[in-house]
Ligand binder design. Structure first.
Ligand code: NDP
Length: 331
């Protein structure tokens, strides 16, 4: 059995030495009510960075010396629980372990004949729900409006932009490489995309890309990219604050523009959220996401890293933009 634990709290950008890889030669024996799980796919996500710090947040920090946990798809390899049968696949929050015992609480069975298993960590999982709920509940998009998405080629961003197109918006994406920018227009149907790494003046680039101004901004990155968007917002704009990956590893307070004058001048709304705020909308979201997927209106990308031992590196690579779409480890 292999386990990845948090050895020390990262300072700035996490490194491999913040984690420890442990190998044990033990067999796990289950008791009545328990199941034995083998990890199939592990989700690595930017939000895990927050849990590695001990600052107060919406979820408790990871404990030092204990396994990291994230969304995992696992196979039931033995069961003494009536609700689960050997061979079932389940999705839920699990430890970064190749095998583990569970009582089945909080686990959902997933159907590998309905969608590829990894999709339940992305478009049919937490990231798809985040995209749908954030955009519809806070962004309140209307056909004909302009939507800007940062982190657009990532797991959440690529779904947000496509939903924007389905709902009849003009959609502009921001991402970090030419390849990603190309993918946004060719594969995901964005109207326009900007590479923030090769654009000197983001404010001007956005002005050109959004001739009618920005009505909805779905923000995954924060920092200077979002500052540039602020200069282009329209009256009654809605800014959906989903994440701020560009500042997650900061050791000093970022120097951002003051948002208040922009909000006042434009009667604009800026609202942060966590996906679990919208649990009551999950059935509606899943119905749309799986329906659009089946109709071919929605597509997705995955970067699948092979091997449990590479889980930590896959997590670190999120901060270097190595992923296109959802970053997933095949254990
Ligand atoms: P992504 O798939 O978008 O992966 C992260 C991407 O962020 C990278 O590929 C990279 O793309 C980009 N990035 C990394 N560093 C920077 C930087 N310094 N500046 C700008 N972009 C950067 O991850 P997710 O889709 O899983 O998550 C996206 C955001 O949504 C995160 O901020 C995450 O924390 C948040 N989130 C929030 C949830 C909520 O409930 N509020 C739930 C899930 C996610 P590039 O090459 O373009 O730089």
């Amino acid at each position: 059995i292999q386990t990845i634990i948090l050895k020390q709290r990262p300072v700035g950008k996490p490194t491999l030495s913040d984690f420890e890889f442990i190998k044990e030669d033990t067999d796990l024996n289950i008791e009545k009510g328990e199941i034995l799980l083998e990890a199939t796919y592990i989700s690595v996500d930017p939000y895990l960075r927050g849990r590695m710090s001990d600052a107060k947040s919406y979820v408790a920090p990871f404990e030092l010396g204990k396994p990291i946990t994230s969304g995992v798809i696992a196979k039931v390899i033995a069961s003494k629980n009536d609700k689960f049968t050997e061979g079932d696949f389940v999705s839920g929050m699990m430890d970064w372990k190749t095998q583990q015992i569970s009582k089945g609480e909080g686990l959902l069975k997933v159907d590998k004949d309905r969608a590829p298993l990894s999709a339940y960590l992305g478009i049919l999982g937490m990231t798809g729900l985040t995209a749908y709920c954030g955009l519809t509940q806070i962004g309140k998009p209307k056909a004909g409006e302009t939507l800007v998405v940062s982190g657009a080629a990532g797991a959440v961003g690529s779904v947000v932009g496509q939903i924007g197109k389905i709902l009849g918006l003009y959609v502009v994406g921001i991402a970090g490489t030419d390849e990603k920018v190309e993918m946004l227009t060719s594969k995901f149907g964005f109207d326009h995309a900007i590479n923030y790494n090769t654009t000197d003046d983001m404010k001007a680039a956005l002005r050109t890309a959004c001739p009618d101004g920005v009505d909805v901004y779905f923000d995954n990155v924060g920092g200077t990219i979002s500052d540039a968007v602020l200069y282009n917002i329209n009256k009654f704009a809605r800014m959906v604050i989903c994440g701020a990956i560009s500042v997650y590893n900061n050791t000093e307070a970022p120097k951002s523009v003051s948002v208040q004058p922009f909000l006042v001048k434009n009667s604009a709304l800026m609202q942060g959220f966590i996906v679990s705020n919208y649990m009551d909308k999950f059935p509606e979201a899943m119905k749309h996401l799986s329906g659009w997927l089946a109709e071919g209106k929605l597509t997705y990308s995955e970067t699948v890293v092979e091997g449990f031992a590479n889980t930590t590196q896959a997590f670190l690579d999120l901060f270097d933009g190595k992923n296109k779409g959802k970053m997933i480890v095949k254990a």
